[in-house]
Design a protein around this ligand. Structure first.
Ligand SMILES: NC(=O)c1ccc[n+]([C@@H]2O[C@H](COP(=O)([O-])OP(=O)(O)OC[C@H]3O[C@@H](n4cnc5c(N)ncnc54)[C@H](OP(=O)(O)O)[C@@H]3O)[C@@H](O)[C@H]2O)c1
Length: 303
């Protein structure tokens, strides 16, 4: 039994801090993030997902600062190790984890995830210090991210030799990125009790309905969804109609579809308003027929 099992949703914090993609310091600032964090906890979102690379450590520092302002609340923290090629020695993992814990102000993290698979080190070489992190009490559970089916199986086998179970695999998954439904990864996660955590569950905000070919997002996000905004907009209209029947918004329906697929979405939020709206995706479900209709409407987004 993992602490992740009963959770419906988490809060993503990639945008919390300086970086190329999100515009921290221009469109939103520290006070917005503080309110977003509090709103998440007050609205039943108790998992915070961060990473050492987000804002170059700033995201973890914000989470650490905000955690202190909510004493006594059960808040689960997940962070990630970046296996950069220049990290030749696997002893760097425990060092990086200790640095993350220091920014977070914690003695141990609930979930420590390998952010991506990266040569030259093998999966086995990284899973050894991951298991060590559990033994030393620095991490309660271990996850991976951006691991294919075969890579995930290897990670599971390696961890098993140390008596540790793989708790999660975090992958990009939404109505506009459905690949893992079709290549067997989502199914395998369910079969082997690995929680499938869905990152970018709102298509990096494209599913919110506010972007269109005439009004694309600024920065690199424009490139990630280049040429697809017209199709996303049409899909958004269908989602909106469906949401009206439930008194729910487009974002809430898009996130609920992820929940209906058995995944754990971690939408990013920059403001209290966004976080509150997204929390409204919990506690109810689309009907089976509605899920089928959305599957049909989004079948062009298999990549
Ligand atoms: N493991 C990995 O490799 C990996 C990769 C990416 C992300 N992640 C994790 O997954 C989390 C979520 O993914 P993501 O942030 O890329 O994408 P996302 O959750 O699909 O989209 C988040 C963005 O959508 C917009 N948004 C969110 N809620 C909204 C609302 N209610 N109304 C209107 N707009 C709303 C906001 O941006 P705007 O307001 O600017 O539109 C927000 O920053 C990340 O924060 C991170 O924790 C992990």
């Amino acid at each position: 039994m993992s602490f992740l099992d009963p959770l419906e949703m988490g809060l993503g914090t990639w945008a919390w801090g300086k970086g190329q993609v999100w515009g921290f310091g221009k469109d939103y600032g520290t006070e917005d993030l503080r309110k977003a964090f509090r709103t998440a906890i007050d609205n039943g979102v108790h998992l915070i997902d961060t990473a050492e690379v987000y804002g170059n450590g700033q995201s973890e520092s914000f989470v650490g600062e905000f955690l202190k302002e909510k004493p006594g609340e059960k808040i689960y923290v997940a962070t990630k190790f970046a296996p950069n090629p220049n990290r030749f020695s696997t002893s760097r993992l425990l060092k990086a984890l200790k640095a993350s814990l220091s920014r977070l102000g914690l003695k141990s993290v609930d979930l420590y995830q390998m952010h991506w698979w990266s040569p030259p080190r093998s999966i086995k070489a990284w899973m050894e210090p991951m298991a060590e992190a559990v033994k030393e009490g620095l991490a309660k559970e271990i996850g991976v991210s951006n691991y294919t089916l075969n890579q995930m199986r290897r990670a599971q086998d390696c961890l098993a030799t140390y008596g540790v179970s793989l708790a999660s695999n975090q992958m990009q998954y939404s109505l506009v990125r459905r690949k893992f439904e079709f290549n067997g990864l989502l199914e395998e996660c369910k079969k082997t009790n690995v929680r499938f955590i869905a990152y970018s569950p709102l298509g990096m905000g494209m599913l919110s309905g506010k972007y269109s070919p005439q009004n694309p997002p600024s920065g690199p996000r424009r490139l990630f969804y280049f040429g697809q905004l017209g199709r996303v907009q049409k899909l958004g209209e269908k989602i909106k109609e469906m949401g009206a029947a439930h008194g729910k918004t487009v974002n809430q329906v898009a996130l609920n579809w992820v929940l209906c697929k058995g995944a754990l979405p971690i939408p990013g939020g920059k403001t209290a308003e966004q976080v509150k709206e997204n929390a409204g995706a919990m506690g109810w479900r689309l009907t089976e027929g509605e899920v089928i209709k959305l599957d049909e409407a989004s079948k062009g987004f298999k990549g």
